[in-house]
Design a protein around this ligand. Structure first.
Ligand code: HEC
Length: 498
C-alpha cells in the first residue's frame, strides 16, 4: 500500500470519527438548550450580551472559553464546565465567532419595538443634590457595568447605577449638562437624567454600535453602527426613532461607521465611514437630515477637528500620512506626518508660541506628535514612556498628560507622562499605583485637579493636585474606563476630546 493511500485512509477514518463526535452533541443544540434563553436564539442578545464576531472583537477566544467554562462572578453568566465537555465548550466558542448565516436585520421596526420609556412624568429641573451640577463627573466603570456620578469639588460619589453591558465610545451630554447619553457595544442607547438620578428612556439602535453624538441644539441624537451598516437618528427628548440612514457609498457599497461627531459651530453632525472613502456631513437643523457626501483619499478610521470644526484631521488605515480636509470646500488641504498609529480621537489642542497646535498619542510608538495647525507641519515628536491611548489637558494647567496604556510593556503601562505645554519637554513621570495599568485623565472644571484611572477590576480613581502633582484622594472603582467632566465637555474644552 502506498504511503499516500494510507494517509487517505487515515484521514477518512479521522473525518468519520470527527463527524460522529459532532453528531453526538450538535453545537447548535447545545447553544439552543443552554445559551439561547439569555443570549437570544439568533445570538443578538437578550439579558446576556450579543454573541457575534463583531461584538466579541475585544474578547480573546481563550477568554471566551474561560467565561463559558467558569462563568463570570457577580453576573447571571454561570459556568458550564460541569455540564458540558471541553470539546462542546470549544465548539460553542467557535460558533460564537462565526458570522450569522444571514445578515441580521435591525431596521426601523426592531428599533421601535425595543424602545423603553422608564420615566413618563416631567421631572423637576433642579438637581436633587447640592453639588455643583457643572463640576460633576460621570465615571464609566466597565468592570461591572456601572456608572458613578461624582461630585467634582468634594470627590465624593453621589450615585452609582447599572449601565447596559459594555459601554462604548464615551457618554455625551445635553448642551445644558442635565442629561447624559450612553451607547453600548450591543447598540443600546440610554438617556439618564443627572439632576434626578433616573434613567429616562432606552432604545436599541443597532446590533453593534461605535458611538453616539448629541446635536448642539440638544434636539437630536445620532448613532453610528458597525452592524447593521447604518446611522440612526433619534429624538433626544425620549429616544424615539426619527429615521434610519443606511450607510451606502456613492457607488452603492455598504459601509460600517467609524465614528460620529457633532460639529456645533457648523450646526451639523459629521460621520466617518470605514469601508467607503467618504465623510458625511448632516445638518441637524434641517428636518430632512440631508446627507452631504465628501469624497476623501483614504478610509477614515479615526479623526479629530480643530476648535472651529472647519478642519477635519484624519489618520489613514495604512498609517503613514494623515490628511486635513477643509469641510467648507470639501477638499484636502494638507497632508501631515503622523507616523505609527496616532489616536486622533484622543487628540487635544493648545497655544504654543502664539500658534494653535494639536497633539495626539500614538497607539504603536512611544511618542506624541505635536503639529502646528496653521502650517500643518510637525513641531516636535516627543518621546513618552510607552505607546499611549488617551491624552488630556486643560486651559488652566501647564501640562498635557498621556498614558502608556497601549504599551504591551508592564514597565510603562502603569505610568503617566506629563508634557510641559510651554517647552514641549517631558516634565514628569507619575506612577499612580506601581504595576497597575494607568489610563485616561480628566480635569476638574477649573483645571486644578487631574483624575487618573487605574484600569483594573480592583482599580481606582487617583486624584492629583494638577499643580503640585500630590495625590489628594483615591477612590476605589471597578475598571474605570473613563470619566467625563460635565463643564469641560459641554464647553468643548481644548484639553479634552469632544
Ligand atoms: C442566565 C443567563 C445566561 C445564560 C444561560 C448564558 N449566559 Fe453567557 N452571559 C450572560 C450574562 C449576563 C453575561 C455578561 C456577564 C458580565 O457581566 O460580564 C454573559 C457573558 C457571556 C460571554 C462573554 C461576552 C463578552 O463579551 O464578554 C460569553 C462568551 C457567553 N456569555 C457565552 C455563553 C454561552 C456559550 C452560553 C451557553 C453555554 C451562555 N453564555 C449562557 C448570561 C447568560
Amino acid at each position: 500500500m502506498s504511503k499516500k493511500y494510507l494517509w487517505l485512509c487515515v484521514s477518512v477514518v479521522g473525518l468519520l470519527w470527527a463527524f460522529e463526535a459532532l453528531a453526538g452533541q450538535p453545537v447548535e443544540k447545545n447553544f439552543a438548550d443552554n445559551c439561547a434563553s439569555c443570549h437570544g436564539a439568533d445570538r443578538l442578545g437578550g439579558t446576556g450580551p450579543a454573541l457575534l464576531p463583531e461584538n466579541l472583537e475585544r474578547l480573546r477566544r481563550p477568554e471566551a472559553f474561560k467565561t463559558i467554562a467558569e462563568g463570570r462572578i457577580a453576573s447571571q453568566m454561570v459556568g458550564f464546565a460541569a455540564k458540558l465537555a471541553k470539546e462542546d465548550i470549544q465548539a460553542l466558542v467557535d460558533l460564537i465567532y462565526q458570522p450569522l448565516p444571514k445578515t441580521p436585520v435591525w431596521g426601523a421596526d426592531e428599533i421601535i419595538t425595543s424602545h423603553l420609556q422608564h420615566v413618563t412624568e416631567a421631572l423637576p429641573d433642579k438637581p436633587v443634590f447640592s453639588a455643583d451640577p457643572l463640576n460633576l463627573f460621570v465615571v464609566v466603570e466597565v468592570g461591572d457595568h456601572h456608572a458613578t456620578i461624582l461630585d467634582g469639588d468634594k470627590f465624593e460619589p453621589i450615585y452609582r447605577f447599572p449601565t447596559r453591558f459594555a459601554l462604548h465610545g464615551g457618554p455625551k451630554f445635553s448642551p445644558d449638562g442635565r442629561f447624559v447619553y450612553f451607547a453600548s457595544r450591543d447598540g443600546w442607547i440610554s438617556k439618564f437624567d443627572i439632576y434626578n438620578l433616573k434613567m429616562v428612556a432606552e432604545v436599541r439602535a443597532g446590533i453593534n454600535t461605535r458611538n453616539l453624538a448629541v446635536s448642539g441644539d440638544g434636539n437630536t441624537v445620532l448613532v453610528g453602527n458597525y452592524l447593521p451598516h447604518s446611522l440612526v437618528l433619534l429624538n433626544a427628548e425620549d429616544l424615539t426613532l426619527i429615521k434610519v440612514i443606511p450607510t451606502l457609498g456613492q457607488d452603492g457599497k455598504r459601509s460600517r461607521v467609524s465614528a460620529v461627531y457633532q460639529a456645533e459651530p457648523r450646526g451639523s453632525f459629521v460621520a466617518a465611514l470605514k469601508d467607503v472613502k467618504e465623510v458625511w456631513e448632516i445638518p441637524y437643523g434641517d428636518k430632512d437630515f440631508p446627507v452631504r457626501r465628501i469624497a476623501v483619499d483614504n478610509y477614515l478610521d479615526d479623526f479629530f477637528f480643530d476648535q472651529s470644526y472647519r478642519h477635519l484631521i484624519s489618520a489613514a488605515r495604512d498609517g503613514k500620512k494623515g490628511q486635513v480636509i477643509d469641510l467648507d470646500s470639501g477638499k484636502k488641504v494638507a497632508e501631515i506626518d503622523l507616523p505609527g498609529m496616532p489616536h486622533l480621537g484622543s487628540g487635544i489642542t493648545w497655544e504654543y508660541q502664539g500658534h494653535p497646535v494639536m497633539a495626539t498619542p500614538n497607539l504603536k510608538e512611544a511618542l506624541v506628535s505635536v503639529i502646528d495647525m496653521t502650517t500643518w507641519q510637525t513641531v516636535k515628536q516627543i518621546k513618552t514612556i510607552g505607546p499611549g491611548f488617551f491624552m488630556r489637558s486643560h486651559e488652566n494647567t501647564p501640562y498635557a498628560w498621556t498614558d502608556g496604556f497601549s504599551s504591551g510593556n508592564p514597565e510603562s503601562r502603569d505610568a503617566m507622562t506629563l508634557i510641559d505645554k510651554r517647552t514641549l519637554e517631558v516634565a514628569h513621570i507619575l506612577r499612580p499605583i506601581p504595576g497597575k495599568t494607568a489610563a485616561h485623565v480628566e480635569f476638574t472644571r477649573d483645571g486644578k485637579y487631574a483624575l487618573v484611572s487605574v484600569w483594573e477590576m480592583d482599580g481606582a480613581l487617583v486624584i492629583y493636585d494638577a499643580a503640585t502633582l500630590k495625590e489628594v484622594k483615591r477612590l476605589p472603582m471597578k475598571k474605570p474606563s473613563g470619566k467625563y467632566n460635565v463643564y469641560n465637555k459641554i464647553t468643548r474644552s481644548a484639553g479634552t476630546s469632544h
